[in-house]
Design a protein around this ligand. Structure first.
Ligand SMILES: [Zn+2]
Length: 479
């Protein structure tokens, strides 16, 4: 493929006149992941403006084209040689809970409910100021190191916590050079007015830019019809709020196998609440029946597939090829690191594809290029941020990965997408760029937080001790 795309000449002139230099990354196989571009550009290039956006992407020597020279070239153009490397868009994780990064390996014999019991309901009430911030930072930096340049953080409000503690998750992410979409929790006991008062100042901060972490919001809907202790209209209120502010909605649905029948029975109420509609995505959505699947697809809803987490918690394997065939929108996520214990998107796509092939005994279904799109552009579309990230195209943010298939050595490359999905891991990441800025080099964060591991370990030790003390000496309750 040898196509060139350019931003308007006018924009380029403005950059040149302002003295911005551009950087030309050349010599790599560039997989744009744009629809129709399955082979990528052999000996491709990516031209990135110093404002962090992509100016042009194509094949060969851009300077041999007089049009490129005239529009884009300036004397201070920098060149980076990436011969032998593969360049692809940064991964987009469509579902996760970053704070869980501090609690890996927990409840190894538990499916969803025992695992939740061991995590949220054992430790959540002992979080002190600074814990959520440190744990969220731990999770986000870990994702970044593994090539996730945009994350959808399904923030959580744990039992007994106040708004200040909850809000640390947002503040922590705002200080990390990773793009994030914040899934905002309404908190079930608050009124609609209280919701608006909390949400509006946060929405005012939203100004998407290559160098700005905050990329968008979704409403995290926690209302589930029939859930004990919950107002029956919670879900419809959450949906109404999301519509009022034109935000996508994200909710957990049809995850654990043990509760499949009970969860499926909630579908009519979910539809009634307005949660089967465009802009709504379900995390997991494994235990569907044909009616739910087809109605969700027809309604324009979407799902986020989390193979690592679904394997770890024995939740099951969503029939992704069938979902796609009926027209459901599908994205991918890592989930929190307490259930998808490493946030390596290369492992997520490999495990997901292998699991489907084991079940189907057929290799002609989903292909490596397809699953790379699910974990990038398709997820970005579901989150409403695909005008900024998800593919390598002029005008989008320069969020990209430089993968070195020679380190560790994976042998000659026959098909770039197949090498990425079948043969590479995040160990092959030579560099991760966000908004044109290199944030990871040879597996290490460029701005490492060396004190973070010790800080997180101290905090987790304190939380564990408090939970153990509570277990040893439960509070005396008087009848
Ligand atoms: Zn989740």
């Amino acid at each position: 493929m040898n196509s060139l795309f350019f931003k308007s000449a006018l924009t380029a002139v403005i950059f040149s006149a302002s003295g911005f230099a551009s950087t030309l990354y050349r010599g790599a196989t560039v997989l744009t992941l744009a629809d129709g571009d399955n082979a990528g550009h052999a000996n491709g290039y990516l031209l990135v403006s110093d404002d962090g956006t992509i100016e042009a992407v194509g094949q060969g020597d851009p300077l041999s084209d007089p049009a490129v020279r005239a529009v884009h070239f300036t004397a201070d153009w920098k060149t980076v040689d990436l011969t032998g490397k593969i360049v692809m868009p940064g991964f987009v994780s469509g579902h996760g809970h970053l704070w869980q990064s501090a609690f890996r390996g927990i409840a190894p014999d538990g499916e969803l409910w025992p695992w939740l019991m061991a995590l949220h309901w054992t430790y959540g009430k002992f979080f002190a100021p600074g814990d959520f911030a440190a744990f969220t930072r731990h999770g986000a930096l870990d994702q970044l190191r593994h090539g996730i340049t945009t994350t959808h953080n399904h923030s959580q409000w744990l039992p007994g916590q106040d708004y200040g503690l909850y809000h640390e998750q947002f503040d922590a992410e705002s200080k990390i050079p990773q793009h994030f979409v914040f899934s905002w929790v309404s908190q079930s006991t608050a009124t609609d007015e209280e919701w608006r008062a909390r949400l509006k100042p946060m929405l005012a901060l939203l100004k998407p830019a290559p160098a700005t972490p905050l990329l968008g919001f979704t409403v995290s809907a926690n209302g589930m019809p029939g859930r004990k202790g919950q107002a029956p209209d919670l879900l419809s209120r959450e949906i109404k709020l999301a519509r009022e502010f034109n935000l996508p909605v994200h909710l957990h649905y049809l995850e654990p196998a043990a509760q499949a029948e009970e969860d499926r029975a909630k579908w009519p109420k979910i539809k009634e609440a307005g949660a089967a509609a465009p802009g709504v995505s379900y995390a997991h959505f494994i235990q569907v029946d044909e009616t739910i699947l087809k109605e969700a697809a027809a309604a324009g809803a979407a799902m986020i597939w989390n193979p690592l987490s679904n394997g770890r918690l024995a939740s099951g394997l969503a029939d992704i090829p069938h979902y796609l065939a009926v027209g459901l929108k599908v994205g991918m996520g890592e989930d929190g690191q307490a259930s998808g214990d490493i946030s390596d998107p290369f492992e997520n796509v490999r495990l997901g594809l292998y699991a489907l092939r084991m079940k189907e005994r057929n290799a002609r279904g989903l292909q490596p290029i397809d699953i790379l799109r699910l974990h990038t552009v398709r997820t970005a579309e579901i989150l409403g941020v695909s005008s900024c990230v998800g593919t390598l195209a002029p005008g989008k943010f320069a969020d990209f990965l430089v993968v070195d298939p020679d380190s560790p050595a994976t042998g000659p490359v026959f098909d770039a997408a197949a090498t990425l999905v079948f043969a590479c891991s995040s160990q092959n990441l030579a560099a991760v760029y966000v908004g044109g800025r290199k944030v990871v080099k040879d597996g290490q964060l460029v701005e490492d937080d060396v004190a973070l591991e010790a800080d997180v370990a101290t905090r987790v030790a304190r939380v564990r001790q408090a939970a153990a003390d509570m277990k040893a000496h439960p509070p005396v309750t008087h009848p």
